[in-house]
Design a protein around this ligand. Structure first.
Ligand SMILES: NC(=O)c1ccc[n+]([C@@H]2O[C@H](COP(=O)([O-])OP(=O)(O)OC[C@H]3O[C@@H](n4cnc5c(N)ncnc54)[C@H](OP(=O)(O)O)[C@@H]3O)[C@@H](O)[C@H]2O)c1
Length: 318
């Protein structure tokens, strides 16, 4: 019999999952937190979270090892499937390094959840599973009916986008053919302070804007959302009985050059990009569905300032 307030979070040591675990503990949930290596220092921050001593169980699980996932999920009434590879750049063997853990890992989590009679699974997808669709009408805001085109992802070598699109569509198909309740959240680029010590790919983008001194950078549109607001969105869709299907989770749209100007105004002394080339216009994504459920987000400047302060404290900008 599942304990009412016990939930499992996969990939708990990562950037987003760490904030989710912190939020769940603060709301008195007991958290079964899966990591690949509970003894690794990179997961030590989880044990230091408030209420971790009483309510956090750190469990070893790999996405490709069904039994380890099943053991972690048993006894939980909810699952937050956050784990998925997020490489900072291209990988030599995307089928093995990206697609397999994302897709097979998701199916393992769903099967284990179904067998454990889990009430609801929240699947962390991505804006990458929404936006790569060349057939979407130009200028029309992308909502939850827009899916990235798998063939287009493959032919343009967007393997991360493909991994998230395949995993999310498999998750929602699994829900249709079983009794399992699965809801998905699709965040765009996540920024914000880091709780974990290991660098994650989306934080690295901001750190590089501050440090790298690029000669030239594409002035592309960035769709940014704060890591703490994404954690709140995940809990919201878990707790609201009426949530169903997918939910785009995005807050601010800003061009790279404007983001750099905002950073420069607050922190004048970093090594910013020197020139910008014009980037292609990308269509807008809408989070209206999530906002109708009651989700809101903080101002971009707060995200930026809190991020930079956390990098400074961790010595990442020295
Ligand atoms: N950050 C963003 O901008 C962004 C935007 C949209 C969606 N997302 C999604 O949000 C989720 C979390 O991303 P993040 O930014 O927090 O990245 P992250 O810090 O790199 O976290 C990814 C987590 O997945 C785990 N993982 C990877 N492969 C695994 C495997 N085979 N078995 C078990 N665990 C595995 C990693 O564990 P190890 O530490 O052991 O490698 C890590 O804890 C992902 O699903 C990602 O696709 C992120």
């Amino acid at each position: 019999m599942a304990e009412k307030r016990s939930v499992c979070v996969t990939g708990a040591g990562g950037f987003l999952a760490s904030w989710l675990v912190k939020l769940l503990l603060s709301k008195d949930y007991t958290v079964h937190a899966t990591v690949r290596d509970p003894g690794d220092d990179k997961n030590a921050h989880l044990k230091k979270l408030e209420r971790a001593a009483e309510n956090l169980k750190l469990l070893k699980a790999d996405l490709l090892d069904y039994n380890s996932l099943s053991a972690a999920i048993t006894g939980c009434s909810g699952v937050f499937h956050v784990a998925s590879p997020v490489p900072p750049s291209t990988v030599p063997n995307p089928e093995v390094e990206l697609i397999e853990p994302a897709v097979k890992g998701t199916l393992n989590v769903l099967k284990a959840s179904s067998e454990a009679n889990v009430r609801r699974v929240v699947f962390v997808s991505s804006g990458a599973a929404v936006s790569m669709n060349p057939r979407w009408p130009k200028g029309q805001v992308k909502d939850e009916t827009c899916w990235s085109d798998k063939e287009y992802c493959r032919t343009t070598n967007n393997w991360y986008c493909l991994s998230k699109t395949e995993a999310e569509s498999e998750a929602l198909e699994f829900a249709k053919r079983s009794e399992l309740d699965v809801v998905a959240v699709c965040p765009t680029h996540i920024m914000g302070p880091m709780l974990q010590s290991a660098m994650n790919s989306s934080s690295l983008v901001l750190i590089k804007l501050l440090k790298e001194g690029y000669e030239k950078l594409e002035n592309m549109i960035r769709m940014i959302v704060d890591v703490r607001d994404v954690a709140e969105a995940l809990l919201l869709v878990y707790e609201k009985p009426e949530s169903e299907g997918r939910h785009i989770c995005t807050a601010h749209m800003i061009k790279s050059q404007d983001l750099v100007e905002m950073l420069r105004r607050i922190y004048p002394n970093y090594n910013y990009p020197k020139n910008f080339t014009e980037g292609k216009e990308e269509e807008k994504l809408s989070s209206e569905k999530l906002q109708r459920l009651g989700w809101s987000y903080r101002p971009l400047e707060e995200t930026i300032v809190d991020s930079v302060e956390s990098y400074r404290q961790a010595g990442l900008l020295d």
